[in-house]
Ligand binder design. Structure first.
Ligand SMILES: Cc1ncc(COP(=O)(O)O)c(C=O)c1O
Length: 387
């Protein structure tokens, strides 16, 4: 496939038009071999030695993602956490890094505990506030600004382009957790970012049956080579079957994400002003903070994720109402995670625990590809039964 002459939708649907040389099959094989033959003259001309460093089943998923993100190269990891932590571990103890106050909770915990004990100087700031970013950057000392946009679970928006300009002038790299946006809606590298990370467990795979993570780089830098060797040395690699499933999942990325976006927007609009809802958090709503930046940097939709905050009613607190509403859904599934074809709902504060910045009355909704009317009716029913 001539990558430059076709749209990303076509690249994804045909996984770059790859055809198996040996069989002419249009679905790729799964390479299970952990080791590869050395040539008789002691060379490794195949370019492969051992599958922890370079499993052939990774190639197609990495190439498709590189094309969709407009990058130079990608790496698969065994999880989103393995991908994200590899970026931080490629820095040196003593380095200063900026991270958002509102971000994926487990990574925030890891940064506040392990990474800090290891010696990174981690500063959590409001990444939606460009002046806060300007004030926090320490030229020559800040090595990395980590963004997540839209950010879990308040779906706040960071301005990638403006932050990249500031960070680069201070000598810092910018990495973006683009899990919720996907390459369908945002291409952070085009906006100046150096690295893009995905929990491929979510939209990229899309079927709630693979744990995986990815990184894509804008250029082949010394930093990228450190990340690459860390993957092999820490050993956090994906199995070949999961890599194969991920390639298959990405073929339907565009229609899945577009369906989820349209439905999430309709659900957000439907529940705005609802008597039982205190607030709907969705960057696609003109009234939501970050909407203007989102409208500029996201193309074709605002994502399939939203959160709702429940009003207290009678003797019920908003928290009790949220937990009761979650108990009454039938079509929505009460489960953590996001980005699958089935709609999930979660009382987020319960899973994040003590110290969470998430309001106790908040339910996080991951909108799948079911009928929008069915999803709205099920939520309406759950809200009516909650008080
Ligand atoms: C935004 C975001 N980043 C990173 C992760 C971590 O990914 P994984 O669960 O694949 O390790 C998650 C998981 O929920 C996430 O939602």
């Amino acid at each position: 496939m001539k990558e430059k002459s076709v749209k990303p939708e076509s690249i994804a649907a045909q996984a770059l038009g790859w055809v198996d040389d040996a069989t002419r099959g249009i679905a790729p094989p799964i390479h299970t071999s952990t080791t590869f033959i050395r040539d008789a003259d002691n060379q490794y001309r195949s370019g492969r030695i051992y599958a922890r460093d370079n499993n052939p089943t990774f190639d197609q998923a990495e190439a498709v993602l590189t094309a969709l993100e407009g990058g130079n190269a990608s790496l698969l990891f065994a999880s989103g956490m393995a991908a994200a932590t590899a970026v931080f571990l490629s820095l040196a103890p003593g380095d200063h890094v900026l991270a958002p106050k509102v971000m994926y909770w487990s990574l925030r915990n890891w940064l506040a505990t392990f990474a800090t004990q290891w010696g990174l100087r981690v500063e959590f700031i409001d990444m939606t506030d460009i002046d806060a970013v300007r004030r926090a950057l320490q030229p020559g000392s800040t090595r990395l600004a980590w963004l997540e946009t839209p950010a879990n679970p308040l779906w706040s928006i960071s301005d990638i382009e403006s932050i990249c300009a500031l960070a680069h002038s201070a000598g810092a790299l910018v990495a973006v957790d683009s899990t919720a946006a996907t390459p369908v809606l945002t291409r952070p590298l085009d906006l100046g970012a150096d690295l893009v990370m995905h929990s491929a467990t979510k939209y990229l795979n899309g079927h709630s049956d693979v744990i995986a993570g990815t990184l894509t780089t804008r250029e082949d830098s010394a930093q990228w080579q450190r990340v690459k060797s860390l993957r092999a040395q820490l050993g956090g690699v994906l199995g070949p079957f999961e890599a194969w499933l991920l390639t298959r999942g990405m073929r339907t990325l565009f229609p899945r994400v577009r369906t989820a976006c349209a439905s999430a927007r309709a659900i957000a609009e439907h529940f705005t002003g609802h008597p039982r809802i205190l607030e709907v958090l969705y960057p696609g709503l003109p009234g939501c903070a970050g909407h203007d930046v989102a409208a500029r940097q996201m193309r074709g939709g605002f994502g399939g994720m939203l959160s709702i905050r429940l009003r207290s009613g009678g003797t019920e607190s908003g928290e009790a109402a949220a937990i009761a509403a979650a108990a009454h859904v039938e079509l929505w599934k009460r489960a953590t995670s996001l980005g699958g074809v089935e709609s999930l709902l979660e009382h987020r504060a319960s899973i994040e625990g003590a110290g969470t910045p998430v309001p106790a009355d908040l339910l996080r909704l991951s909108v799948g590809i079911e009928d929008t009317g069915d999803l709205i009716a099920d939520l309406e029913n759950a809200l009516a039964s909650a008080y």
